[in-house]
Design a protein around this ligand. Sequence first.
Ligand SMILES: [Fe+2]
Length: 224
Amino acid sequence: MRPEEIISSFENKGFCIFNLGKSEVDAIPRLANELGSLTDGFYQNDSRQISFFHASETINTIEEIINSKAVAENITPNKTYIIRVVESGSTEMYRTHFDSHLYTLVIPLILPKSESPLRGQFYFLNRFRKKPKSEIENLLGKSLAFIKYRGKRGMVKLERKESFREVDLKIGQAMLFEGSVSLHGNYENKSGVKRITLILHFNDPFPFGAGYILRQFRSRFTRK
Ligand SMILES: [Fe+2]
């Protein structure tokens, strides 16, 4: 798919799953080798991840389109790169949440084998809330979702909902979705193999709000 088609499909549905181009797919094994030794946690703005994203024409074009839309809405473009590492047996699971950023791009880098029923796979509920008009509204929505749907117990309620969807991305695929309005999280990883995911968050409309504080907290207590 061309970047324009990805954005168009994303705008119609709220998300788009697409195949990466040959150059990105070819670069994945080397990056997986470089990042494969990372241990459980979140790594913010790692230069190796940033280089991989910067080398991708598709991602650069998506970013340009998204940023021009942000400017039209008086949002100053901003972004955060995250490497998410979930080792088998990690306590990182069922952390159902809304992102602070409007757009989230997810690219799996290392995946557990698909035979394991619990391998940290992604789930989401597309367009689960309206776009918050203020940081207070954003924070309130995030807090309510946390209280109502947190943990394994919250999953029982979520799995019953019509919009609940499990997404099993393969290596070489990517997903762009509306992270700030689509409730999402990951299952537990009990596969025996670590999962590494590359994430790019675009355009937090409240860049120094709650999301910023959380990111500062995370970067202080996780490795970079
Ligand atoms: Fe998220």
